[in-house]
Design a protein around this ligand. Sequence first.
Ligand code: GAL
Length: 467
Amino acid sequence: MKYIFPEGFWWGAAVSALQVEGASDKRGETTWDRWFKLEPNRFFDGVGPKVTSDFYNRYEEDIELMKELNFNSFRTSISWARLFPKGFGEINQEGVDFYNNLIDKLIENNIEPVIALFHFDMPMAMMDLGGFESREVVNYYEEYAKICFELFGDRVKHWVTHNEPIVPVEGGYLYNFHYPDVVDCKRGIQVAYNTAISSAKVVNLYKEMRAEGKVREDGRIGIVLSLTPSYPRSNNSADLKAARIADLFFNKSFLDPCVKGAYPEELVSILADRNMLPVVEEGDKNLLKEGVVEFLGFNYYFPRRVKVRENAVNAKAPFLPEHLFEYYDMPGKRMNRYRGWEIYAKGTFDTLINIKDNYGNLPIFISENGMGVEDEARFRNKKGYIDDDYRINFVKEHLKWLHKAIEEGCNVNGYHMWTLMDNWSWMNAYKNRYGFIEVDLEDDLKRTMKKSGYWFKEVAQNNGFND
Ligand code: GAL
């Protein structure tokens, strides 16, 4: 069968500043630099974010590779700490030059830049003020965004306020995989709320600047969310409720304020019952209402399988969302065992239908999807490149569901792989490799296209594939 995608469909990949750029001495300290300094043992093989894939110095070579892959679009983020080493105040001109050159070079090569303002890399000076727990930092973030729009908004058409804003909440305040590494749901909820407020403020700012002709007239602003569809174990009403609660915490907590401009009442009442409501300011409701996004990026890796709680929770344990449901270990589920994530391609389709039916069929693209595999060098073939057929099959399967969603009327306009080239995956550092391009840590970060890259190149060229 032929799977052909709509004209102008985006083919590309995403990266993020901290995960690929390196050149850490040229930017201000981030929470990741600090955490690595304090506890290097928490990072796989003791590798920190100092060098990563050296994109800062090699972006021209990497854009050549994107060209070879027939990309027509590419997402990266701006490092707040590179532009403003202290989070505000004096600007680092070298950083401005870097992003100007990068954006120009992409456009010159007909690769549409999609630029995120925040991808997990909080400047340490801002974290010292409380990170997004503090409204002061929300204001500094808005100032930083304004400068980015002024500097790059004449060329960049697609802006993203945040990448996966739920993840710093989960990592930093619930499950110990981001700094500040505390377990405190109430604080996490404040961070989540303030992040949604920061997004709405920046969306409003962008819309104002556009109306005033200060950025491109055809520019758009959106957000990238990791949406993890919640599937109940059974149709039993208690299982259904458990899945609904998981969905409220992990999906609707951002989807609703960002797309509908308001929080779901059920989530508000669950939090109110536990005395966990965040501190709000006058005018916030209106801010959220007006600050709705114009497009959505959808990062998809795995579904969430849920059942009703079967064991009581220790009353002394700090509250976590899963006190209200339990994870369900479905027999026979397909796993990516390296990452411990279930592979369930239909989750893309189900989510896209949900966006079509319940969120006004807002324009959406797959902004990340991919498969991390450990020790990939063992798959090197005689020609010297990695035979990653598992990755090709993974992408193909997801693209088929995407195609079906488009046939059913979903407003999907692109597919971005996570990721262009192997990169530094936070605490996992270089453990699992995700790229179309191998980065050899033992050989001066040499780039070599994997089989999946050769495959994707054809798909992008033909705007689809046969299978
Ligand atoms: C996502 C995140 C990326 C990347 C990816 C693979 O959640 O946006 O930064 O690390 O997971 O682990």
